[in-house]
Design a protein around this ligand. Structure first.
Ligand code: GMT
Length: 379
């Protein structure tokens, strides 16, 4: 199949899923065309089946903000015409599914079916903002196919938008052959020269991630034992988190690495992953950590309990309950075998439910189904 994929090319989870999906589809023989304003961060430009088409961010003195939704729609149409796309798959409803809708209309009477995958904040925080709600609902209803990355998000979409059309739940996935534990003593020695346990967090440091809670949980651990916290990513809460680490007196033990490549190698060095988010529709970073045999302490929020089984792969606490999270972390790190045992189970769970080898065929089947449906509708 010739598949167009649009998502945010930056470090957000939806962009990561869009890019990893494209890579997996290319590995299975499909031609994948990424259409967005910059090359996606995890895209392999050397894969002959992967192509990148840049949508323009046009500036003009009249525009305070570039009308990217429109230039993206035009680029989608151009790629459809030049590459004979079979289907367009957009990730994150706003504004991508609106652009796809426009592209489909401009392409008519030729057929350009599109699928929208809902990721989370496009429904729970941004899409339900009154300034966007009607257009988000409209573009979801008008999509030829819609998928949601968790059952939780499916329920929220139905409740908040009153959507009646079918939505397919296809969970996020991880490439279990690539995401696995490969000890790298040199990297660990860089972070924890005296063999201290390593805690890790990875996100875009937005307020919904509650990264100050990660610092507080770490500070509680640090009161009991030597340890290091590796913070990967960047975003609006980085400076407040650095200040808070100083205020708690743990700044020497918290390493802010900023945005990083080679995530899987780094995840595989951790002893414990922290995801204290106020809300997560899925929690992809936690799944990637689990695949690398890292147990996770996360919140019992949104779709996280679909991914992490409390007491098996790690522990779940209520959002904001840093005391309980701290107790679990201390318990887990005090006995190395406990962490290893949980990490082992976490990988088994990740492999069983979320392996790319099983999830990518779900997308392929869904593409076929949507293509057949859109053909039947025309006939
Ligand atoms: O969490 C973010 O701020 C990024 C956001 C995104 O869309 O880029 O992540 C959402 O999509 C991820 C991939 O499907 C999910 O794993 C995250 O749970 C989800 N974030 C939220 O629901 C807050």
């Amino acid at each position: 199949m010739r598949i167009g994929i649009t998502g945010y090319p930056t470090y957000g989870g939806s962009g990561v899923v869009a890019t990893e999906l494209g890579q997996e589809l290319a590995a299975r023989g499909h031609d994948v065309h990424f259409i967005t304003y910059a090359p996606p961060i995890r895209m392999n430009p050397n894969d002959p089946r992967i192509h990148f088409h840049q949508a323009a961010v046009v500036s003009y003195p009249l525009f305070d903000h570039s009308p990217y939704t429109l230039s993206l729609a035009v680029k989608m149409l151009e790629v459809f015409e030049a590459e004979s796309l079979d289907i367009l798959h957009v990730h994150y409803a706003i504004p991508h599914s609106v652009s796809a809708l426009l592209a489909r209309q401009m392409a008519a009477p030729r057929r350009l079916p599109f699928i929208t995958t809902l990721h989370g904040t496009d429904i729970t925080l941004v899409g339900n903002n009154p300034n966007f709600l009607p257009i988000t609902r409209y573009s979801i209803e008008q999509s030829d196919g819609v998928t949601s990355i968790s059952h939780y998000l499916y329920r929220r979409t139905v409740e908040e938008f009153g959507i009646k059309r079918p939505i397919e739940v296809i969970p996020n996935f991880v490439n279990c052959d690539l995401y696995c534990r490969h000890p790298n003593p040199q990297l660990r020695a860089e972070w924890a020269p005296d063999g201290e346990p390593v805690l890790m967090h990875l996100s875009n440091f937005r307020p919904v991630k509650r990264i100050l809670d990660a610092i507080e949980i770490f500070a509680l651990v640090r009161e009991k034992m030597p340890a290091k916290l590796v913070m990967i990513g960047d975003g609006p809460d980085r400076v407040p988190a650095e200040e808070f680490a100083r205020a708690r007196g743990v700044e020497r033990d918290v390493l802010f690495l900023g945005k990083q490549n080679g995530i899987r190698e780094k995840l595989g060095q951790a002893d414990l992953f922290l995801l204290p988010s106020r809300l997560e529709s899925f929690g992809l970073a936690a799944l990637e950590a689990m695949a690398c045999e890292v147990p996770v302490i996360a919140t019992n929020a949104g779709g996280i309990p679909e991914v992490i089984e409390h007491g098996v792969d790690g522990y779940l606490v209520e959002p904001g309950d840093v005391q309980q999270a701290g107790r679990y972390a201390i318990e887990l790190l005090s006995r190395a075998d406990r962490g290893r045992e949980m990490g082992h189970l976490a990988r088994i769970h990740a492999r069983k439910n979320y392996c790319a080898n099983d999830v990518i065929p779900m997308y392929e089947r869904y593409y076929e189904q949507v293509l057949e449906g859109s053909l039947a509708a025309r006939v």
